[in-house]
Ligand binder design. Structure first.
Ligand code: AMP
Length: 280
């Protein structure tokens, strides 16, 4: 695996590589890699592409300074895992390399409704930061395919919208959520859970699974309220348990029995905020 730290260097390399590889796949990450990230690398690898991964903890997408400071970093282990997975290129830039003109010098993305709900509502500015960094990374690494995890369901929709707004031709491939044996969605933030919290964390998966098992056409308000109460009783501080249209993310209080839905949840255990979702 070749490691680049400078945008100009990886740009030059990709120009040359273009003559050898007909297709490239890009997997942007914030590091502290787990098997979920590696499954994205493997997906790209299996389709015979030149696989590029980036590790960059993007300061502009953290609405909570403490969350940014505490974001786990395991760079040597990450490099080892990427090499074992057959990743071809790693981009490991500094903040200055990504934002040579400073952090706030950009045109806001017109994300509309998508950034007013769920993560957008509870983490103001988060999706602007996500678009800012992914747009910049996609300019440096103009791959054929961009691999994203369904674990960040709303983020996938936001990035798709950003690529449409900016007329980028990269195709977005959404990969399934990898889970621990008990069902907890793999996440870099899980590393910050103590033993007791780790045991509790699976309640999010159980809550989403319960919604999937019992949902019926008609009123959904009681089902959502009950889910929030159960999580809070178990020791979470729940931001939301919501049910939304899987295509538009329109929040639903009622279901006609036909529309494709997704249940989404965000909840704190102590200082650690966990998110998950499940197609219903
Ligand atoms: P992150 O490093 O958390 O920004 O994640 C980088 C990419 O990995 C994003 O596209 C995530 O959606 C994806 N990802 C994170 N966790 C998982 C998981 N458990 N399974 C599959 N993909 C994931």
């Amino acid at each position: 695996m070749i490691v680049f730290k400078k945008a100009a260097d990886i740009g030059q390399f990709l120009d040359q590589a273009g003559k050898k590889y007909s297709r490239t796949g890009f997997v942007p990450t914030m590091g502290a890699l787990h098997q979920g990230h590696i499954s994205l690398i493997e997906m790209a690898k299996n389709s015979g592409e030149l696989v590029i991964c980036s590790i960059f903890v993007n300061p502009t997408q953290f609405n909570d300074a403490k969350d940014f400071q505490n974001y786990p970093s395991t760079i040597e282990k990450d490099i080892d895992q990427l090499e074992k997975a057959g990743c071809d290129v790693l981009f490991l830039p500094t903040v200055k390399e990504i934002y040579p003109d400073g952090l706030i010098n950009y045109d806001p993305y017109k994300l509309g409704y998508l950034e007013t709900v769920l993560e957008g509502k509870y983490r103001p500015g988060h999706f602007q930061g996500v678009c800012q960094v992914v747009h910049r990374l996609m300019t440096i690494i103009p791959a054929n395919h961009l691999y994203l995890g369904q674990k960040d369901f709303q983020q996938c929709m936001v990035i798709k919208k950003m690529t449409e707004l900016k007329g980028l031709s990269t195709k977005i491939i959404i990969c399934p959520t990898l889970r621990e044996a008990d069902g907890l969605a793999m996440s870099s933030r899980n590393m910050r859970l103590n033993e007791e919290s780790r045991a509790k964390a699976v309640e999010i998966f159980k809550t989403l699974s319960h919604i999937k098992a019992v949902i019926k056409p008609g009123d959904l308000v009681a089902l959502k309220k009950d889910a929030v109460k159960k999580l809070n009783d178990a020791g979470f501080r729940t931001d939301y348990v919501e049910i939304a249209d899987a295509g538009t993310l329109e929040l639903k209080d009622n279901w006609n029995g036909k529309d494709k839905l997704v249940a989404l949840c965000a909840a704190f255990l102590g200082e650690v905020r966990l998110i998950d979702n499940m197609l219903l």
